[in-house]
Structure formats: structure tokens, C-alpha cells
Design a protein around this ligand. Sequence first.
Ligand code: ZN
Length: 261
Amino acid sequence: MLLVDVHAHLDFPHFSKDLKEVVERARNAGVAAIISQGVHHASNKRTLALAAKYDIVRPALGLYPLNARNVEVHDEEDDDFDRHSVSVDDTLKFIREHAKEIVAIGEVGIDLKFSDDEQHQVNNFTRILQLSNAIKRPVIIHSRKAEKLVLDILEDGKHERAVLHCFSGGKKLIRRAVELGYPLTVTSNANRLQHFQLVARTVPTRQLLTETDAPYLSPVAGERNEPANVKTAVEVIAKEKELTPDEAARLVYMNYQRLFL
Ligand SMILES: [Zn+2]
């Protein structure tokens, strides 16, 4: 089976001890490409290094909305001081300088769950969309508690190349995203999350992608996730679309190729 994981965080400390085995298990499961997402400058640098080391790892460089220096975060568990060490300007400059090496700009977007600093986030996101156009790379978008806002911005700017990662908007917003032409992902925990079964059912096959968001969104609650588990997302798509898993995997892979290669 030919699989693709368009959103994972292989540079996160969760994988520091056994990444080699994690990548091997993905390869053995049929995963041909894992798009690993940078979330701030240090993470972007680590992501480029991983992509140079592992042939199936493709780099996306980004700036997670809550990691931008001018965004005020209200998440008490957050202790990552590293992320604020480089400014938004310098982070975007670094992405531009490495444009030829990357398949996408991600992870980027807007998060209004852990911050209400909406205007700053919108400003940064708008700049990132301009960068996406300038370097001709798609954006991979996080839109927690900001699903409608993100669609409004994309529509207003007539932005073409965007993937909606882990999109949690309701049926109406899913339909609107589909009409605007954006691909949506089905996640590896879709086996236990009805919302992503709804995504698999509602979104036309041509606009579906698969992701793990590893180390998060495991098919087994509480476990560390890894790209090999992207198979679960394909199985959910197969079930909802009445396809064989092989057929579903092939269609998703074609979508990946059209968007990213
Ligand atoms: Zn992510």
C-alpha cells in the first residue's frame, strides 16, 4: 500500500531516542513520504537536518501561530522558551532562503484557543500567505477555534495553494472549504473520532489527504503516534467512500503528488 503522511512533527523530543526505528516502521508500512513540519526557527533547522538524513522525510518550514514572538499565549503548560528566540521577520526570511528545499510552508495558521491576540496572528498569517505565493509552495494550515476566520482570509485573498490540517469546523464550514477547493486531511485517530469520519464522508475523494500529526492524534488513545499509523486514516476513507484500502491509498497519494510534487 502506498501511503503518505502530510503532517507530522518528527523533530519533536518524543522521537529523539528512536526516530530511526520510527522512520523504518513507516517505510515498512508503505509510507512513501512524511511531510515533517517546523513550528519555529529552531524546529525549522532541525526539520531540514532530518530531511537530509531520511529520504522519505520531506521538509515543511513554518511558524506555529502561538510561536510568533508578538502573540500572547495563555497556555499554562507551555514551557518552550526556545520558540521565541528568533523574530517573525527572521523566521520568514529563513523560510524564503530555503524555498527550493521545501515542499510546503507549515505548520502555520491561527489559534484562538490559547491566545486572543487575533490581530497579530492575522497579520502574521497574511504575511505567510504572501510568502506562499512568492515562493510557490502550499501552506499547511492549523485553524483551531479560527476555522471560519481562516476560510474568510483565504477566500478574500483568493489564495490557491492551501491544505487544511486537522480542520475541526462543522459540516457547513467543511462544505465551504470544499467549495473553495481546499484539500482537507483525515487524521490517524479518525477510527475513534467521528468528526474525521464526517470529513472523510463529506469531502470529495479528490480533496482528501492523510496525516498523523505525530506524536499526537494516535489511533489508540494515550499512545505516542507515529507515521506508520497513517494507515488508519486510509482505512477510514476506504470505509466511508466504499473503496478498498488500496484504492483509497492510491487516490490520496495522487492528491499528494498533484499538490506537493
Ligand atoms: Zn501539527
